[in-house]
Design a protein around this ligand. Sequence first.
Ligand SMILES: CC(=O)N[C@H](C=O)[C@@H](O)[C@H](O)[C@H](O)COP(=O)(O)O
Length: 504
Amino acid sequence: MRKEDLNLSLIVSCQPVPDGAMDGAIFVSGFARSALAAGARALRIESSTYVAAVRAAVDAPIIGIVKRDLDDSPVRITPFVVDVEALADAGADIIAFDATDRPRPATIEALLAAIKARGLLSMADCSCLDDARRALAAGVDFVGTTMSGYVSGPEPVDPDIALIAAMRQLTPYVIAEGRIRTPEQAAEAVCAGACAVVVGSAITRTEHVTSWFHDAVSAAFSQREAATLAIDIGGTKTLAALVRGTQILAEATILTSREAGPDAWLAAMAEQTSSWKGQYEQVGIAATGLIREGCWSALNPATLAIPDDYPLVAQASKLFGKPAFAVNDAQAAAWGEYRFGAGNNEDTVFLTISTGIGGGVVVNGRPLLGLAGHFGLLRAPTDGQSPLEDVVSGRWMAAKATASGHPIEAPEIFEQARRGETWAQAIIARSAARVALLCRDIQMMFAPKRIVMGGGIGLAPGYLEAVRAQLTELPHHLAPHLVAASLGPRAGIIGASDLAGRHR
Ligand SMILES: CC(=O)N[C@H](C=O)[C@@H](O)[C@H](O)[C@H](O)COP(=O)(O)O
């Protein structure tokens, strides 16, 4: 074989991670055959055993090496003349050896003499231009950049393209090798003058390649899951939390000073959370009322008197110095339950039944925003005039109880019903019947996989069952699947935080 006749072009180094899962003749031969089938012209194989195994399977040129860890020399690649002999016996065409200027058991001249005596070609694995000069002077056929970056200091990340170009000034027989991980780098090596390019880890060290992807994916996840300042502005109190994923890292609650207005509410939050500054990358706001294109308006001024079209997102971004996203509180909770709670990442309609009624819809992996899901404002089936929440909610229950001579709040009504009070049971049953009708209509409109029920009334013992009981008559394919919310009062915070991360 004459070096002038060889067109090595792409050489694949098949050296599995020692003692790794792919360390075996069957894998090495498999990698070698796949590489040749896909266009590689030659192989670089470690150990006489693997050279023999691959020789039996392919005709392509093989560069053989033996790797050893010696106590008295840092030279690892083919340090002994007996290694040359074993590789030649196994069927190598080219024998590569460490050509660095370090203490070594056999001289470069001795190794070269043994290689030539067997009629084979030689490759000097160099760390620098001087190594190449000496090896060429001794009569080596090819010089490689193999050892660049591996004789001192930390291992570089990129291939040594400059060394390829410098070696090319000495000889046309330069083989680029070491840390060539992408097709672009391989092409760059050719442009720098290499007659052939060796690619190893990027093709045949599955463990290494997987760890590169793993590191990149992990870093992207940490970036994506950077903490969020989440704020849930309600009619009576505002909850703020530092959230990562579903994890609440810190939390603070302040009463919403109803008369103060949105500037003051935000300022109070900024003051309350000032010690968290620097710990979050974005702000997610869940708020009662209507939010459209970052602007906030009241739908029911009795809950919170928000001026029309208050620029909530713009103000929050300015105040907290981070990108902000805002969404209605029930829509935020719907998203939280969909992603991390009872919605199970399938089409979900969330209903919160408490002092009022709120809701949110998630279809095809997207939350419906703006006005969508404000089910409490649908017309009541009773008179077609009042909002539905006025004939269903905790407020309505308490008013009914008072009218029947029992001036108590909703939780107490549930307690009385449990004790067998028929008047209390009747109030709950009427509310539940109206919510059942709503669920039936929701099923017709969105056909969600689940309707997730939350809120103080929705989750009160027996209420969900009472709603379900009203739906048993429906044919199977029309019946909604009702489930209890699972994230509790923090669903809004968690949902707003996740949505803020997605809208950055
Ligand atoms: C320095 C040393 O011992 N290099 C060895 C030489 O055979 C191998 O470990 C490398 O995998 C080979 O050079 C190919 O390089 P890369 O796997 O970076 O494509």
